[in-house]
Design a protein around this ligand. Structure first.
Ligand SMILES: Cc1cn([C@H]2C[C@H](O)[C@@H](COP(=O)(O)OP(=O)(O)O[C@H]3O[C@H](C)C(=O)[C@H](O)[C@H]3O)O2)c(=O)[nH]c1=O
Length: 181
């Protein structure tokens, strides 16, 4: 597994070793020991999620104010631009965002620590988005930050108008949101 640092020290890109042959390919999509050795992180995952979205769908920017979730995210079909925003007030990278294209060809995964808001926009006709979380879904504590908050100024790499859920259309600006310490 290859570790690729990003501009935010705690946000990490992982590239698994892919074994290709005449049948296709194989790779370990997750290995607890390899993950811990490569990242130095001692985290346990408790939930696996899978969502499918059409082109232009933007999910996020979500986080949980209690039971914050670390997320290890990847794409098994299509292409997405995936974004993590540091919303830890005490962080030197508070308010900064990091984005990476995840797709079924590069097999890249992104580690998004607890304390970050997370979202993605679909660049292909459709995309399957799979991810592991370090705590359980707690909808009563889920919050949303506006995808287009000018204070964060994310370049989503998507030219069209994104399709948002009702919840995401009501995302708060960073300055008005409940944040982490
Ligand atoms: C997240 C989640 C949702 N649900 C149910 C609740 C709704 O009835 C339905 C769709 O939920 P929602 O529209 O919140 O799904 P997303 O917009 O993909 O939410 C996710 O989007 C961004 C990208 C994230 O990083 C979060 O993991 C998560 O908030 O699934 C569950 O039953 N369990 C869950 O863990």
């Amino acid at each position: 597994m290859k570790i690729i640092p990003t501009n935010i020290p705690d946000v990490i890109i992982l590239e698994p070793k892919v074994f290709g042959d005449s049948r296709g390919f194989f790779f370990e999509s997750f290995n607890q020991l390899a993950f811990s050795k490569a990242t130095g992180l001692d985290v346990q995952f408790v939930q696996d999620n899978h969502s499918r979205s059409a082109k232009g769908v933007l999910r996020g920017l979500h986080y949980q104010i209690q039971h914050p979730q670390g997320k290890l995210v990847r794409v098994t079909h299509g292409r997405v631009f995936d974004v993590a925003v540091d919303i830890r007030r005490s962080s030197p990278t508070f308010g900064q965002w990091e984005g990476v294209e995840l797709n079924a060809e590069n097999h890249r995964q992104l580690w998004v620590p607890a304390g970050f808001a997370h979202g993605f926009v679909v660049l292909s006709d459709s995309a399957d988005f799979l991810y592991k979380t370090t705590d359980y879904y707690a909808p009563e504590y889920e919050r949303c930050i506006a995808w287009n908050d000018p204070a964060i100024d994310i370049n989503w790499q998507y030219d069209g108008e994104p399709q948002l859920s009702g919840k995401d259309k009501q995302g708060l600006l960073l300055k008005d949101a409940e944040l982490f310490a």
